[in-house]
Design a binder for this molecule. Sequence first.
Ligand code: SF4
Length: 414
Amino acid sequence: MNKMMKKTLKERLAILSDAAKYDASCASSGTTKRDSGASGGLGSTEGSGICHAYAPDGRCISLLKILLTNFCIYDCAFCINRSSSNVERARFTPEEVVWLTLEFYRRNYIEGLFLSSGIIRSSDHTMEEMVRVVRELRVTHNFRGYIHLKSIPEASAKLIEEAGLYADRLSLNIELPTDSGITRLAPEKKPSGIRRSMGDLRLKIEEAGEPTLQTKRRKRFVPAGQSTQMIVGADGASDATILGTSARLYGSYGLRRVYYSAFSPIPDSSKNLPLIKPPLMREHRLYQADWLYRFYGFGIDEITATQEGGMLDLDLDPKLAWALGHREQFPVDINRAAKEMLLRVPGLGTKAVKGILSGRRFRRLRIEDLARLGVSIKKVQAFVTAEGWTPKRLIERPDLRAMFEPKPEQLQLL
Ligand code: SF4
């Protein structure tokens, strides 16, 4: 009996949940609480790979986040599970993952499963095992919880399609923002193959979204869509490059989310990698910029054009940085400005803008009305005019930036 076989289920759960924590696509990314913790054991409601994610309806749900195995035949430099790493290895059978998921679910510890894996034997062999897990859960056990499944790179289209029948979300990691970065740091991965799989999946999702003539019902196929993850800071790509890649991925493959994961030097790391990790704030700023692109009408070029070397300002959120670089466009009259311009005002979120647009149909709004909409007057006052309020020359003050810069105690993430 080899060493791996001697490990108990609990020991393997500890190893394979800990190994899964490096995947950001089901974590509260942008916070410092990234450690899934592996010490809680089977009966614990925390640790043991339980992570939190947002379901498509906006609910925060807890998921069992594990790898099927951390053995891998690939050697991606940034990955703790790469074949040349000395990490302790373990492997579940598909039946064990099914059992664990059902047990955790029945005890109300989790509302779903996030399953990823290293590659054993071949991409198709690994993907077949992953599909077996989700098929068993859905078909044999009528499991109704949420399932996020990682697709294995280079797995056949047929297997990915079958996975899509059972999973709520599928993700394929693009890993790095440039093809040259992938070739250098993840030599076995083929960027064109990853994009092809994303394209195939998009077509299948769109096909399933069309009602058929016979039933008029839409087929259930990856209802929460597809997502991907990019590692930040491992390959020297600037924020402008990263966000440009994200924009292409959103546009070409209809991705629901691109997750950004600040590279962290791993034990026994490859010499091709930097020795220091990027500030976590960089990851946070990328999420903010990504949000501006998807929901606030900003172009990627606009967000990054005024930033030195294509890097986002770590001290200011990107919307505020843009406004300070375009002071000539302010102040904005909240009683007359178009929705698109209101969305560009620092401190006004989509909800507040909606409130302004509906409130001003009945009367002219005062700056105090913004406070009632949950807006910080301190943040917004230099950028707006309202009934009875004009910021005078506040917008021209040379020290305006300093007024918004974080205080030393707020700089922990930098
Ligand atoms: S294929 Fe996945 S698990 Fe294997 S080394 Fe690369 S990133 Fe790690």
